[in-house]
Design a protein around this ligand. Structure first.
Ligand SMILES: C/C(=C\COP(=O)(O)OP(=O)(O)O)CCC[C@H](C)CCC[C@H](C)CCCC(C)C
Ligand SMILES: O=C(O)C1=CC(=O)c2ccccc2C1=O
Length: 303
């Protein structure tokens, strides 16, 4: 191998370890929640929005770095070349970096709480961090029991969306909670799809992921139904008048839902082909989130 191709391989591994596309799961509740706040109340504070966005990204960086640290203790990541711990061979450094990200992220949320003289957003974000810790940290490691999807749904769905909406309005709304259920489901699909290619390593490490429990075929069959549920909630929101008509734009993400369902249905039992299923799920998550936000923003201008 030439030095150039070694550098390229290293770059690829580092990109896979840092997982830039994954950060859309932290950004989306902020974008959708703030768009709904603006559409429903006309309020939008760009400073709070930017600070919350940065804090959410830092908190997700903590979650991912500490995931590599905790997984290095159970042995589940022995074959994962793109684990940051395996790449650096320095678990303490990665753990310190993770905690620095968490500290900075929480500091951002404390700044929001102080500016608003209201601890509500801080309390919700701390709860999300607690759920994030329980997913992977000792003694809980609830992800190993197949409970990660439940934690993921609440953290990135109703809780994160509630916090984002509240940070802009200091109030709650049914519309934002309904959208929170949609974003929670699409984010949970990302986590669910990340397990298909890891069944052997998960079984060896004693991790009973939903795919280990259900099998890849039954797991794959759930995906179109979950996508369908997301669109059914959108239709209900429109029917109930909680979502303005422009939010029908979200049906433009049907194509990405279809591509995700087709990919996993075809390749569920072929690890070397299904390994990228979570990026198909990120596609659906991003398209549905962006189109839903656009619908809310447009409704604020177009009525
Ligand atoms: C780290 C996560 C998944 C990776 O899991 P796994 O170990 O299977 O992956 P590898 O194969 O790559 O090792 C995500 C876990 C999500 C968790 C259940 C909930 C996290 C909550 C966040 C910390 C909260 C963010 C709040 C913010 C948006 C306000
Ligand atoms: O690395 C992963 O597989 C994931 C990382 C991550 O931060 C995340 C967040 C929310 C849902 C799923 C996932 C992952 O799958």
């Amino acid at each position: 191998m030439t030095t150039q191709s070694v550098n390229q391989a290293d770059r690829k591994l580092w990109l896979a370890a840092i997982k830039p596309p994954m950060y859309s799961v932290a950004i989306m509740p902020m974008v959708v929640g703030s768009a709904i706040a603006y559409a429903e109340t006309g309020q939008f504070d760009s400073g709070i929005f930017a600070l919350f966005l940065l804090a959410a990204v830092l908190i997700l960086a903590w979650e991912n770095l500490s995931n590599d640290v905790f997984d290095s203790e159970t042995g589940i990541d022995v074959n994962k070349a793109h684990s940051v711990v395996n790449l650096t061979r320095n678990r303490r450094l990665v753990f310190a970096l993770a905690n620095l990200c968490l500290g900075l992220g929480i500091a951002g949320i404390v700044a929001i709480a102080l500016a608003q003289q209201d601890p509500t957003v801080l309390a919700i974000v701390l709860l999300c961090c607690g759920l994030g810790y329980m997913y992977q940290g000792p003694p809980f490691r609830l992800g190993y029991q197949g409970l990660g999807e439940v934690l993921c749904f609440f953290s990135f769905g109703p809780l994160a969306m509630g916090a984002a909406y509240y940070s802009q309005t200091q109030s709650w709304s049914w519309g934002s909670q309904m959208a929170g259920v949609m974003v929670g489901l699409t984010t949970t699909l990302v986590l669910f799809c990340s397990h298909f290619h890891q069944v052997d390593d998960d079984i060896a490490a004693g991790k009973r992921s939903p795919i280990v429990r259900l099998g890849t075929k039954r797991g794959a069959a759930l995906i179109p139904w979950t996508c369908g549920l997301v669109f059914a909630i959108a239709a209900l929101g429109l029917l109930l008048g909680l979502f303005p008509i422009w939010t029908a734009l979200v049906f433009g993400s049907l194509l990405s839902a279809w591509r995700l369902s087709r990919h996993v249905t075809r390749y569920h039992d072929q690890p070397q082909r299904v390994f990228n299923a979570k990026f198909f799920a990120i596609g659906f998550h991003s398209w549905s989130g962006v189109l839903l936000s656009l619908g809310f923003w447009l409704s604020a201008y177009g009525g």
